[in-house]
Design a binder for this molecule. Structure first.
Ligand code: HEC
Ligand code: HEC
Length: 161
């Protein structure tokens, strides 16, 4: 015979669970309250500043590109190198990729351009071939033209030497 399930039984179970969960709830509440007491909200501000949500900040000045000069050093080995030339007119869409016309494995020598990173030809199975991995098709997703700007947030980072 099945054990009779009474309302009392459910109530008891729920109550027990509630009690066992309480310390966790209490801890979360305490943790959430902690930063509020130790950090003054006025000292923390986003890049947007303390502008009200519905207000629009004037856009930051457009950075002047530093092109056709010296190439910027990479800050770390796996950094996508910055682009030392203009790219505004180079289209990348489903039908055409102007970057590949100069940088692809098949034609970089004639174009006297550096070849697209070898890693870009490694397929999803980890084998290097002649076909660009489509995950690397939208070049400007990772590579940006170099510009002489100061860091948005001051920091002590030093690049790999
Ligand atoms: C007309 C040919 C041409 C086209 C088109 C072109 N590039 Fe380049 N690119 C070059 C040449 C040449 C260099 C080398 C310049 C140098 O070393 O000073 C270069 C350098 C670079 C570098 C620096 C590589 C390194 O090792 O530091 C990157 C990154 C790059 N290009 C990305 C792009 C992307 C992304 C596009 C498309 C938006 C593009 N290029 C379109 C010719 C081209
Ligand atoms: C998902 C990010 C990503 C995309 C998309 C991407 N790259 Fe790169 N690229 C990198 C990284 C990271 C490196 C440096 C490490 C390496 O070579 O893999 C690099 C390196 C390079 C280099 C220098 C290679 C060398 O040996 O010094 C060139 C040139 C380059 N990419 C061009 C391109 C072009 C052109 C495209 C578009 C067809 C492209 N990349 C798309 C991340 C990306």
């Amino acid at each position: 015979m099945k054990k009779p399930v009474s309302r009392y039984y459910f109530g008891g179970y729920a109550m027990k669970r509630l009690i066992s969960l309480m310390p966790i709830g209490l801890m979360i509440a305490l943790l959430a309250a902690l930063p509020m007491s130790s950090v003054n909200a006025d000292e923390v501000s986003s890049l947007r500043g303390s502008l009200a949500l519905e207000e629009q900040q004037s856009p930051p000045p457009v950075a002047k590109l530093k092109l056709d000069l010296e190439k910027f050093e990479r800050n770390f080995k796996t950094q996508p190198p910055l682009i030392p030339h203009k790219v505004a007119k180079y289209k990348i869409n489903l039908k055409a990729n102007r970057c590949l016309k100069c940088h692809d494995k098949a034609n970089y020598k004639e174009e006297e351009s550096p070849m697209v990173g070898k890693s870009h030809y490694v397929d999803d199975a980890g084998v290097e071939g002649d076909k660009l991995n489509m995950g690397r098709y939208f070049c400007t997703q990772c590579h940006v033209p170099q510009a002489d700007t100061s860091p948005l947030v001051s920091n002590t980072f030093t690049g790999a030497q």
